[in-house]
Design a protein around this ligand. Structure first.
Ligand code: PEP
Ligand code: MN
Length: 343
């Protein structure tokens, strides 16, 4: 249930509403927007008489929220959430580009890629230290040593780092990591999500291989219900009957998520397509569709990459992609401004 307050409402009356809700074991999530204050009531609201609340002098309207996700719901928080990662703002109109190798392989490889993607304009560095691989015999990542190298690359370039956690036991190693990624395979690892909800780190939550958007939002809700509201969603392609590409990029997820939720959503065209030459067209399409960011795999020597070389761009290809994507982002910004003015 949400309660929309009148502008210039009386604070004493608001306190009394808070106390009343508390006496019924209902938590209140307050969203102070530009034009409106919205209270989200969390708990068993079936006992709450909406008409009684509506009758209060400070209340403009009361609505029941049918969706099972509350804190992630746009109705609870009408304005876009902007996640601030060391000054890099994800959400709210800018397009941020996260780039780097699928896996951290060596100091030389990571630092070289980090410097080149930074020179192109990327604002965050990605790199897997713990790798979820289909085969137990495939390269599993450099693990703790990989995190150390990411921290070195961060020092060298100043780029905040994004890397994947696979298990709760690894959390200590992530103390200086800027964004913790939860990969597609762990999207419904609820214990992991719950624990990450107790941290104050931004979480990049990737959509599961066969997950619906509602399931993705429910996973975000797990993190947010613990108190951590810094969640960035990621569309990275889903399983369909199509085998020509590694996955099928669901671009409609972007405008739909933006309707349903206030959380930022980024797109991973590398894992979505699995083919390096498909990455740019899908990155351009994602920027046009309104994505808040992109996460792109870049490798200095794709044929020799230890993981995902076929979908990795060379630094030169990434540089060209970056300029084209930014051109689309500019056009989109203009269109968004025109739309805001005309509505
Ligand atoms: C990755 O980003 O390195 C990764 C493994 O992605 P996903 O979880 O989307 O497969
Ligand atoms: Mn990869």
């Amino acid at each position: 249930m949400i309660v929309i307050l009148k502008q210039n409402h009386n604070e004493e009356q608001l306190d009394s509403l808070r106390r009343w809700m508390k006496s019924m074991d209902i938590d209140i999530h307050t969203s102070q927007g530009m034009n409106q204050t919205v209270l989200g009531l969390i708990g068993d609201t079936s006992q709450v008489d909406a008409d009684l609340i509506r009758a209060l002098e400070i209340v403009e309207d009361v609505k029941r929220v049918q969706e099972p996700y509350k804190k992630a719901n746009r109705k609870f928080h009408p304005d876009d959430t902007v996640v601030d990662v060391n000054g890099v703002k994800i959400g709210g109109g800018e397009l941020q580009i996260i780039a780097g190798p699928c896996s951290v392989e060596s100091r030389g490889q990571l630092c070289m890629i980090a410097e080149s993607v930074k020179a192109s304009g990327a604002t965050l560095l990605r790199g897997g230290a713990f790798k979820p691989r289909t085969s137990p015999y495939a390269f599993q990542g450099m693990r703790a040593d990989g995190i150390e190298l990411l921290l070195e690359a961060k020092k060298l370039t100043g780029l905040p780092i994004v890397t994947e956690i696979m298990d709760l036991s690894q959390l200590e190693l992530f103390a200086d990591v800027d964004v913790i990624q939860v990969g597609a395979r762990n999207m419904q690892n609820f214990e992991l999500l719950r624990r990450l909800g107790q941290t104050d780190k931004p979480i990049l939550l990737k959509r599961g291989l066969s997950s619906t958007l509602e399931e993705l939002l429910m996973s975000a809700e797990y993190i947010m219900s613990g108190g951590n509201e810094k969640v960035i969603l990621c569309e990275r392609g889903i399983r369909t009957f199509e085998t020509a590409t590694r996955n099928t990029l669901d671009l409609s997820a972007i405008p739909l998520i933006k309707e349903l939720s206030h959380l930022p959503i980024i797109v991973d065209p590398s894992h979505a397509t699995g083919i390096a030459r498909m990455v740019e067209p899908m990155a351009l399409a994602a920027a046009a569709a309104g994505a808040d960011g992109l996460i792109i795999e870049v490798h200095n020597d794709p044929p020799r990459a230890l993981c995902d070389g076929v979908q990795s761009l060379t630094p030169a290809k990434f540089d060209a992609l970056f300029k084209r994507v930014m051109a689309i982002a500019e056009v989109r910004k203009q269109i968004d401004q025109e739309r805001t003015v005309s509505t």
